[in-house]
Design a protein around this ligand. Structure first.
Ligand SMILES: [Zn+2]
Length: 311
């Protein structure tokens, strides 16, 4: 049985025909006309028409970066796209004539890891995506946890530090402000501004310009063994472990999957996370310690997860 998965990002729409094994057997892309919902739908429909011309498909799953209603039809809000209480599934069904389900993009990617990727074989999974921001997906007893309104799994905005760093959501001290790329860059810039000699190689790699320091640069230098960058990534990992220990106290997952751009640092991120996790987990001497594993589906995850959820 084949279905189409669509991953709507801020700049690119990626779509593919996916089989029962989670393999993408045909794919296509369009650019995202981010400011106009009707144009986004037209671009998605156009991609679907192209793909179904050569393949018999049963439905379409769409992963979108935003708050998606628990009915999997409406996008309530998207920070980077022009959707407000938008009936995306209805519109796409009208344009394509196929059944459509809509899912939050982090949930779609997490579902792909659970079904076909790093969490295959697990029953209870926690996935965290460490990129510029922090994303989360929760699978419990084989089901994606969406919550009453569809807003579950937004781990980025759990309070980590009362009265801590201001967050883009309007509150202070959210976990995302300590465990994502923005935190990495902010910490690096502070320490560089204070003249921390450990960050001299990073500053040199940034051409002496503090504003040029970004997550990929820190990750790359860490991979090359630069002690200052290794320490920065490790600090992020420690916060990640602490945050996951807190979530595990509630959810008790079998496995914790870590994806996103910062995960390219591999064990430089995961080892400090594992250590902080084990040190902060409730009843840690009397329970299994969930392993931290790297996501394995890469940028296919959004398409594959959305397609599988449409079946
Ligand atoms: Zn927040």
């Amino acid at each position: 049985m084949l279905s189409i998965g669509v991953d709507i990002g801020g700049t690119k729409i990626a779509a593919g025909v996916v089989d029962d094994e989670g393999e993408i057997i045909a794919s296509t892309t369009r650019s995202t006309p981010a400011t106009d919902p009707a144009l986004i739908e037209a671009a998605v429909a156009d991609a679907v028409v192209e793909l179904r011309a050569d393949h018999e498909v049963v439905g379409v799953g769409v992963g979108a970066a935003g708050f998606v209603g628990a009915d999997r039809r409406t996008v309530n809000f998207a920070a980077n796209l022009a959707w407000r209480q938008h009936p995306l599934a209805d519109e796409l069904e009208r344009l394509t004539g196929l059944p459509v389900v809509v899912e939050n993009d982090a949930n779609a990617a997490g579902w792909a890891e659970y079904r076909f990727g790093a969490a295959t074989g697990a029953v209870h999974m926690l996935m965290v995506t460490v990129g510029t921001g922090l994303g989360g997906a929760i699978v419990m007893d084989g089901h994606l946890v969406r919550g009453g309104a569809g807003f579950a799994g937004e781990i980025a905005h759990m309070t980590a530090v009362p009265d801590g760093q201001w967050c883009g959501c309007g509150r202070r001290g959210c976990l995302e402000q300590y465990t994502a790329g923005t935190a990495l860059v902010r910490t690096a810039a502070h320490r560089a501004a204070a003249g921390d000699p450990l960050l001299d190689p990073l500053m040199a790699a940034a051409g002496g310009v503090r504003e040029e320091i970004d997550g990929p640069l820190i990750t790359r230098l860490a991979q090359q063994g630069d002690p200052g960058s290794v320490e920065l990534i490790g600090g992020l990992g420690s916060w990640l472990g602490l945050g996951m220990a807190s979530i595990s106290t509630l959810l008790d997952p079998d496995v914790i999957v870590v994806g996103g751009g910062v995960a390219a640092a591999g064990d430089l991120l995961l080892d400090p996370a594992r250590e902080a996790y084990a040190a902060n987990l409730t009843a840690r001497r009397h329970r299994p310690i969930a392993p931290f594993v790297l996501a394995s589906m890469g940028n296919r995850a959004g398409i594959v997860g959305a397609a599988d959820l449409a079946r």
